[in-house]
Design a protein around this ligand. Structure first.
Ligand code: SF4
Length: 414
């Protein structure tokens, strides 16, 4: 068996600035929710946040809140409270953990920022580009808060993204403007929308460059760092604050590349992570791989907040394209082409697929993709059974043994 070394985690200095940004973000939402000074829109993580910001809403993303439940290992205890309402343990554990936490009057925002409760929505806006679960999730809260619910219904399993795909989504976006204007109490200013889309594009470009630094050998960044550093790209896209933060982070990572400072000491194996993180095991998995001199350095998940199609000159069509070109929306053929490019770009030795029990949408190991890609590229793969939030769905012992055996397999190929 490959021997696991004790590792010391290397702190990314910019993480301090990120924590400040996240604290400001949640405190502003909490203030708005308590005082009513600004309207609050809930948005699915790859929903049309730019439209909401341009209309003056503060935007809250329940998935980020649920990921906090996962990362603080409080999600598993919350899930049965949603199961009791008829939401199965087999469906999205972001949904069940979040609704269960709400039913108990619990939020990790309390411990992190002294915030008593999630912000009340004036409107909830979803896009089914990622899954149907966000629609059900938001519908539950819409009823709970007696707030309006608006959604975009997206094509799924898209091969080539065509003009007709894009036009149909852009039309849905345009059609949601009138009801949103009514809730916002203001009309959409096209110039403001263009400004926000331009900021989202800048944020996306910087985030792409941040993730691109991992192509260096050794990589200055791990996937596990990326899962938390992506917070501002999720909740802050369309804001100057997120752009400023990624400028700082990128400078730090470029310096690491210049200095040949790897995120993992003695990096010997370069791993691609396909699927969602297991939030309650970020640290354990980071140490597991680093202890085996394996750097998990690139992932589909972190890349999902790169929206290179945003174009301020054509906001509706470009937003529609960006939110349809997403990996999760695409056919297996398109996904495999994408992963192949990533394997080359990041000089990957092996792929780990996370088969998340409650998120088939982000699990790509069930229909032969790992085998097809290994045959096509020669890059070995490992499938880990687990879940994003429900820790009852994973066996740490089995994961550790399987990862150690996988690294040994990679060792033999060196
Ligand atoms: S993509 Fe998966 S994890 Fe995300 S909301 Fe949908 S079912 Fe849940």
């Amino acid at each position: 068996m490959s021997e696991q070394k004790k590792v010391k985690r290397k702190r990314i200095e910019a993480a301090g600035a990120m924590q400040e940004l996240m604290a400001d973000y949640y405190l502003e939402l909490d203030h708005a929710s308590r005082t009513g000074e600004k309207k609050v829109a809930w948005c699915s993580s790859v929903g049309p946040a730019e439209i909401l910001r341009a209309l003056g809403f503060l935007v809250y993303f329940p998935e980020t809140h649920s990921a906090m439940l996962g990362a603080t290992r409080t999600a598993t205890d919350c899930i049965p409270h949603a199961n009791a309402l008829g939401y199965s343990p087999e469906i999205c554990s972001y949904l069940t953990a979040d609704v269960g936490a709400y039913r108990q009057g619990f939020t990790p925002l309390k411990r992190a920022y002294g915030i008593e409760s999630i912000p009340k929505p004036d409107v909830l806006v979803y896009n089914t580009n990622q899954c149907r679960d966000v629609q059900d999730w938001f519908a539950w809260y819409a009823q709970e808060f007696d707030a309006p619910l608006v959604g975009i219904h997206t094509h799924r399993g898209v091969g080539e993204v065509t003009e007709s795909h894009v036009a149909s989504i852009a039309k849905q976006m345009e059609e949601m403007i009138a009801p949103l204007e009514e809730i916002a109490g203001t009309n959409l200013d096209l110039e403001e929308l263009q400004r926000v889309v331009a900021l989202s594009r800048q944020c996306s470009d910087l985030w792409e460059q941040v993730l691109g630094t991992a192509a260096a050998v050794p990589s200055p960044l791990t996937f596990f760092d990326g899962t938390t550093l992506m917070g501002p790209a999720v909740v802050g896209r369309g804001t100057q604050e997120a752009v400023d933060f990624y400028g700082i982070l990128l400078a730090e990572l470029n310096q690491r590349v210049k200095d040949h400072t790897g995120a993992v000491d003695g990096e010997r194996f370069r791993i691609y992570w396909e699927g969602m993180p297991i939030w309650g095991r970020l640290r354990a998995h980071s140490e597991l791989f680093a202890g085996l001199e394996a750097c998990v350095l690139a992932s589909t998940y972190c890349n999902s907040w790169i929206f290179s199609a945003f174009d301020a000159a054509d906001p509706f069509m470009s937003m529609a394209r960006a939110y349809t070109e997403l990996f999760i929306v695409r056919s297996d053929k398109a996904k495999e082409k994408y992963i192949k490019e990533m394997l080359d770009r990041f000089q990957v030795d092996g792929i780990v697929y996370h088969n998340a029990r409650t998120c088939p949408n982000n699990s790509n190991s069930n229909y032969g993709m790992p085998q097809r890609l290994t045959t096509a590229t020669g890059v070995p793969h490992l499938v880990i059974d687990g879940d994003l939030n429900d820790l009852r769905c994973l066996s740490d012992e089995q994961t550790n043994t399987n990862v150690e055996a996988f690294i040994e397999q990679l060792e033999e190929r060196k």
